[in-house]
Design a protein. Structure first.
Lengths: 264, 264
DNA sequence: CGGGGGATTGATAACTTTCAAACTAGGTGG
DNA sequence: CCACCTAGTTTGAAAGTTATCAATCCCCCG
């Protein structure tokens, strides 16, 4: 089987009339296929599985699934899908977005390597958002039901999972709430500073990186328009804080960046 | 003991230099004091304790504490406090707000009777926000450590708690994220519609209620200023959707209200 | 009656969106 | 191989929204 058929639909076309057959079909058909699992995982140091012992890791291994790489534009799940699994990004990048009743797209967040996503389905068993690959991406998929059974057996692990999930939900989302109380320039600076620190915490360069998302995605995430984002990148560059070349960002003055960014 | 000494500090004074001695002092001294507990609780139908059997309720009763009423302006906890408990509002109203490194106040949310608060401390053991009574309020305080022990013993309860908490975290907070992507008038209309439905779900009138919070609180919650809120209330009233008399809201045209409000 | 916080209203300034146009880089087909 | 096409991005000008500063009003309470 070739991967050629992954490319037949553009991200936009996918977005307008989401069709999960390609992305999900692969996920399902490659279950337990023999791809690398927990022990060899590239993001292992950032995974809950690493917070347990060998036996625990073995258990995680059982419920985890490393499906084949997903192509840019493919979906991990759709808004309204039945919630079955939590995911962790191993490589690439994923965006979560919601389409409201007026057809407006709202970007909930971006998931970089090592980060968790899929929690939007935990509340009522249905995913509230779409999760779409921004790039060729690989993930780890953990079955939630099996995860539940696993946690029932280990109170300690359960406690840790509680912690991790509440951190995901609260520490990551609540600060975003009041991002929107500030002018857009500050939001953008904060966004860049946040991406930078997330790359750094994964051992990548905090001063030079490539944004996996479009200007439009950034705009929708920050609650503004792509034109405004573009203008502000220009302005921030003129101020000598960043060097912006399309999606490549080089931070020239990290101190000024952090000083202008919001308290998170 | 009288309650007179509760009134010595105004909400503002409390806010500027928070002093928890009165509110928390009472909480501690009345622990296990004989106030009504789960079985007689007014918000029992909305509490997790009601989702279990008599024995489970007994267990909840053990870890729950119904402290004396808290006066307007008093704090349940402060930003930075060690996290010990989750709370549920029994009567009155509570606001959660965060002060960022620039001294700016951000209102995370308002908690009405039956609603949970305190989850902002779960992530790292420290409260991220202040929780302050907007009015004379009574709460139910559940010790988190004891709750954890309780959950360890009952996988089913654990599952339910997971559910409830993720619903709190995700269903309530994520939608707020994209509220801020819309003009302020829409945010305000949505805010009123939300309060209305929350009162309704607690068996109170959805068409006529009194807002427990000030214009400034609403403004800070919606990411705007009190002047703008005031102007918009006037405009929405001129449109015949609401009748606004200070903090009393009467919804004249519920359909128009919901049509103008955002998809949540 | 006077003080004071909360709320409202007005005028102006600042910011952001909208509509339009042009530019860029990568991919396509002749 | 080049012209063309397209999505993504940038820039400009005008319109719209919101913040800011300032003044006034209102009502509760001492």
């Amino acid at each position: 089987m070739t991967l050629a058929n992954f490319n037949t639909s553009s991200p936009i076309a996918e977005k307008e009339r989401p069709d999960k057959s390609n992305a999900r079909g692969i996920v399902v058909s490659l279950k337990k296929s023999g791809f690398v699992k927990c022990r060899e995982c590239s993001v292992r140091p950032f995974c809950i599985a690493s917070k347990t012992n060998d036996k625990g890791m073995q258990a995680f291994n059982e419920i985890s699934n490393h499906p084949a790489p997903t192509q840019k534009g493919d979906y991990f799940y759709h808004q309204g899908d039945t919630f079955t699994s939590l995911y962790r990004v191993r490589s690439g990048a994923v965006k979560s977005y919601h389409i409201d009743k007026n057809g407006q797209e709202h970007i909930i967040g971006f998931h970089l390597p090592g980060e968790l996503f899929g929690t939007d389905g935990m509340a009522n068993g249905q995913h509230q958002n779409f999760a779409q690959a921004l790039d060729t991406s690989t993930v780890c998929e953990m079955n939630y039901e099996q995860l539940g059974s696993l946690l029932k057996k280990s109170p300690d692990l359960q406690q840790k999972m509680f912690q991790i999930l509440s951190a995901e939900c609260i520490q990551k989302i609540e600060p975003l709430l009041f991002l929107h109380h500030r002018p857009v320039e500050e939001r953008l600076v904060t966004f860049i500073a946040d991406i930078s620190s997330r790359y750094q915490s994964r051992g990548l360069s905090p001063k030079r990186f490539i944004l996996p998302m479009s200007r439009r995605d950034i705009a929708h995430h920050l609650g503004t328009t792509e034109e405004t984002i573009s203008r502000l990148f220009s302005r921030i560059q003129r101020m000598g804080i960043l060097l912006v070349e399309k999606r490549t960002i080089i931070i020239k003055d990290m101190e000024k960046l952090q000083a202008s960014s919001m308290a998170l």
